[in-house]
Design a protein around this ligand. Structure first.
Ligand code: ZN
Length: 286
């Protein structure tokens, strides 16, 4: 089981189930009310009230633009302490499934006895339903990376977020027979409206410990170095099977990086497991 102390120590969700609105967002609402009352009580000071609200909005925006921040709600940036104590590590693979890249990724993982978590774009998963089922059948975990991976995701209202995430949840559950329990925001970008939507759908937000920028970096060695710099038990690593950059020779970068990364994990006696396994959430039947 994940305890609140595990969550705090490991960058986990702490007590989010009991508190859908993050404290920082609640404080921001109070800040707005306070600035409004100040302006009413001392009308000449209204520019200060406007400045106070603008500063608060800037801080909220910054929290949403920083994928690993916890200002806008709980956010797994590392595995819980009990998983790290078992020498576990999580490889997470985003933006698929991709009909060319994903089958090769699955074979590489199999060759090393590794299990990974695939944050799938639900429309991609529906277009390649057999491949999505194959990911689950081979012992990996399929989790929610939104319906369409819209570049406007962080600007959606509450209803738009609920539809984008809720429809993805249903699509992935229909395909694999298991409801996702984790969500990763497209490009990691969020707004203050996201946390209550995730709470209602019983989803936990996940970002990462380290990413290799393998959608833009064409040199596999650079991606590998970024991912393995300071590599330690409990890390959550981010790679991509969808939107993968190509090497100068035209190969998807992830396929060049994975074999070397998996060898390094083996040499360091680190065990790649799925997020539900590491965190301790049981798979929920759809
Ligand atoms: Zn993505």
């Amino acid at each position: 089981m994940t305890t609140p102390s595990d969550g705090v120590l490991a960058g986990g969700p702490a007590s989010d189930k009991a508190r859908p609105w993050p404290a920082y967002v609640t404080a921001s609402v109070a800040w707005h009310a306070g600035a409004g009352l100040f302006a009413i009580a001392a009308p000449a000071s209204w520019p200060w009230a406007v400045a106070a609200i603008a500063a608060n909005h800037a801080a909220l925006t910054a929290g949403g633009l920083w994928p690993r921040s916890r200002w806008l709600g709980s956010n797994w940036t590392r595995l819980p302490a009990h998983a790290a104590a078992r020498s576990e590590i999580a490889i997470t693979i985003d933006d698929g499934p991709d009909p060319v890249v994903t089958p090769a990724v699955l074979d590489l993982l199999d060759a090393h006895g590794a299990r990974a978590t695939f944050f799938c774009i639900a429309e991609q998963a529906r277009a390649h339903g057999g491949l999505c089922r194959e990911i689950a059948r081979r012992g990996h975990s399929v989790q929610n990376h939104s319906l369409r991976h819209s570049h406007r995701f962080s600007m959606l209202g509450r209803r738009g977020l609920a539809e984008e995430i809720g429809r993805a949840q249903q699509t992935l559950a229909d395909l694999t027979g298991q409801r996702p329990s984790f969500f990763r925001a497209p490009a990691g970008l969020r707004s203050p409206l996201l946390a209550p939507v995730l709470h209602r759908l019983d989803l936990q937000l996940v970002s990462w410990t380290r990413r290799g920028y393998d959608t833009v970096q064409r040199q596999p060695q650079r991606v590998l170095e970024r991912l393995s710099d300071g590599l330690a038990a409990g890390d959550i690593l981010l790679l991509h099977d969808g939107h993968a950059a190509r090497t100068p020779a035209g190969r998807p970068v992830v396929l060049e990086v994975l074999p070397a990364l998996l060898q390094r994990l083996e040499a360091a006696a680190l065990r790649p497991v799925t997020l539900p396994r590491a965190v301790g959430t049981e798979a929920v039947a759809a």
